[in-house]
Design a protein around this ligand. Structure first.
Ligand SMILES: CC(C)(COP(=O)(O)OP(=O)(O)OC[C@H]1O[C@@H](n2cnc3c(N)ncnc32)[C@H](O)[C@@H]1OP(=O)(O)O)[C@@H](O)C(=O)NCCC(=O)NCCS
Length: 155
């Protein structure tokens, strides 16, 4: 069973370690320390049977949210932690009244793209060569929580 809680100081080494192992240019411990004190960010830890299984870094500005990072530790994958963390992103968006949540993902990251698609994120664009080590395009995906489009009518 997956349980979610807010990250605390004691989680920072573990999260920083996973960031370094999974993402080129991931967040450092110092950045994470600031994030857990930042009212515009939420860092959530998923616990499985009392052990840390994964985490989510979520931020928002005005009515736009961003999934900055989501990761499940290698030994806990395919057990529902990713789903639980994406539901936490939905809950944050609902609580904050956000219009949309956006994220970027490596174009080759089929597991993450499937996870985001399952949770209602749709293709919103591509940034060529966005990632380094190795260089790769970013796919941008967005989930809309409110109707979007042109609000203006021409008469
Ligand atoms: C992507 C990631 C977070 C998924 O976490 P997870 O805890 O294994 O995910 P879950 O067990 O909750 O699976 C949820 C859904 O994700 C998708 N998924 C997860 N792993 C998958 C895989 N290897 N292949 C295809 N789809 C996958 C599926 O849609 C799955 O739903 P289903 O079980 O109903 O098919 C995990 O693989 C990970 O941490 N990868 C490394 C870090 C990373 O790439 N993060 C995303 C950066 S943008």
């Amino acid at each position: 069973m997956i349980e979610l809680r807010s990250a605390a100081e004691r989680d920072l080494d573990w999260i920083a370690c996973l960031e370094a192992a999974n993402f080129s240019g991931g967040c450092t411990r110092e950045m994470l320390g600031k994030f857990i004190l930042d009212s515009n960010r939420r860092v959530t830890v998923a616990m499985a049977d009392g052990e840390r299984a994964g985490y989510l870094i979520f931020s928002s500005v005005l009515d736009e949210g961003s999934v900055d990072s989501v990761c499940t530790a290698a030994g806990f994958r395919r057990r529902g932690a990713g789903d639980a963390l994406m539901r936490a992103a939905d809950a944050a968006a609902a609580e904050l009244g956000l219009a949309s949540v956006t994220l970027e993902v490596r174009a080759s990251n089929a597991a993450a793209i499937a996870l985001y698609g399952k949770h209602g994120y749709i293709y919103a664009g591509r940034r060529p060569g966005y990632y380094e080590r190795p260089r790769e395009d970013a796919v941008i995906m967005t989930k809309y929580f409110k109707e979007h489009g042109n609000d203006y009518t021409c008469s």
